[in-house]
Design a protein around this ligand. Structure first.
Ligand code: ATP
Length: 437
């Protein structure tokens, strides 16, 4: 196994092999300093010019370039004079394992580099420490949330992304040629999560790709993103779903704060705040009244019964001012604005919610309608027929009461680090004008 920069201290006085990128070459009169890098940090390799034995090494280094990769047999030495961690590597053998051509831009200084150029060369863009950190933080958050669910008896499932019918409605769905007919890319794992519960699995989750043919160029919409979706059975109300989401986010954010809190503050200027339970909760009607009263905001006619981007932004402001909370649950959406599978109570009131964090919706959740006849009625009301027929069957032969939610993982990371858009956040962004690399 490769020894990383952050493990070198354990090897002082030992002869080891160190591999990494060449970050910089400082060719002085008497000595050559080569700064090596891996994704845990940087270390100095020192080649004394006065030592006859180093002639070959110096020649190899003279013929190489920064960003090439190197494999060096070295002795790890303590040296207080060295700024990088107080140690240096003294090589006895060097091999350039891959030679880099001149780079199209300096990834260490991305100010002024066009975001499209950065995406074109994503593998260079990522070498910037800040962008490495984005991936590390997202991975840490996902790991902690996964672990929380495993501990609470959830099973991870993998549902198909190629599907035979356009799931919830015809809009926003990508069609793909599937031999001599059409298939569609899944807009969410919703139906299959619920099918798993009808199949007797009580608690399931999936972390996987979600496709949306939304031709919108906002900072928070991508055509492909990663959904962190879960569904669980034997709930009493959607409040159980909200409670689980609180615990899940607390688990994720606690882990991120512990491992990367300081670095996030230093690099992104954002404090990781672990929320406390319960998150504040507000009915949509009361929220409208508050937003009007405090900020003079009125929801446009077409969005009545729902939120829009401006309302989400102001909801954050309200949550901070009145509850000192970055999170806010919004409940009591209009059933007409929500999918047919969200449960309504006997008065037609929707049993679902959205969660707003730092001014953006990160989740929709709900108790689901598990009663076949009710579901049939709701689907008809929305004018859905053949397309959901297969889904309705799941509820014909017994299915426990249940609920769940989907978090947009990319959005979560974007908000966590205060990034300006998904283009900067996603490992590889997919949008209306971006399919490569
Ligand atoms: P929005 O109203 O913001 O478009 P939505 O209501 O379509 O979102 P859902 O279908 O409820 O979203 O999806 C669950 C979650 O997935 C959302 O809360 C959000 O975090 C994320 N999400 C939805 N659409 C996108 C997208 N196009 N790109 C990235 N994340 C998304």
């Amino acid at each position: 196994m490769k020894i990383n920069v952050n493990e070198l201290k354990k090897h002082i006085g030992e002869k080891i092999v160190f591999s990494g990128f060449i970050d910089a070459i400082r060719d002085k009169k008497w000595v050559m300093f080569v700064i090596l890098r891996d994704n845990t940090g940087k270390v100095q390799l020192t080649i004394e010019k006065s030592d006859e034995n180093n002639k070959d090494l110096l020649e190899i280094m003279a013929n190489t370039t920064v960003e090439s990769t190197i494999r060096a047999e070295v002795e790890v030495m303590e040296n207080d004079a060295v700024k990088l961690g107080g140690l240096e590597l003294i090589p006895s053998k060097i091999e350039i394992t891959s030679k880099a051509e001149p780079l199209p831009f300096d990834f260490n200084n991305l100010d002024g580099v066009n975001i499209d150029t950065r995406m074109d060369y994503k593998w260079l863009d990522m070498r910037n420490f800040r962008n490495t950190l984005i991936r590390q933080v997202e991975s840490c958050m996902t790991e902690a949330m996964r672990n929380y669910l495993y501990k609470n008896n959830f099973i991870e499932i993998h549902s198909p992304k190629l599907i035979g019918t356009a799931s919830e409605s015809g809009s926003d769905v990508f069609e793909v040629k599937y031999f001599d007919r059409l298939a569609y890319l899944a807009q969410s794992p919703q139906f299959y999560k619920q099918m798993a519960l009808a199949g007797g699995l009580d608690r399931v989750f999936e972390v996987g790709p979600v496709f949306r043919a939304e031709n919108s160029n906002t900072n928070r919409h991508a055509t492909e993103f990663t959904g962190f979706d879960l569904e669980f059975a034997y709930i009493d109300s959607y409040e159980d779903v909200m409670g689980l989401e609180e615990d899940l986010l607390i688990a994720g954010l606690s882990a991120v704060k512990k491992k990367y809190g300081d670095q996030i503050l230093e690099v992104f200027g954002k404090e990781v705040i672990v929320p406390t339970k319960p998150f504040p909760k507000i009915k949509l009607k009361d929220l409208y009244a508050k937003l009007h009263e405090k900020y003079g905001f009125d929801i446009p006619k077409e969005d009545v019964g729902d939120m829009n981007a401006e309302a989400e932004k102001l909801t954050y402001q309200l949550a901070m001012e009145e509850y000192n909370s970055e999170f806010m649950f919004v409940i009591d959406y209009a059933a007409t604005k929500r999918p047919f599978y969200h449960m309504r109570d006997e008065n037609g009131k929707l049993q679902g919610y959205d969660l707003i964090w730092r001014g953006v919706e990160i989740t929709s959740g709900a108790q689901r309608e598990h009663r076949y006849q009710e579901l049939l009625k709701n689907a008809k009301e929305k004018g859905l027929g053949e397309d959901v027929k297969f889904y309705l069957q799941f509820f014909k032969y017994g299915c426990p009461p249940h609920g769940g939610f989907g978090i947009g993982l990319d959005r979560l990371t974007m908000l966590l680090l205060g990034l300006s858009s998904l283009k900067e956040t996603q490992f590889l962004f997919r949008g209306p004008n971006r399919l490569n690399p």
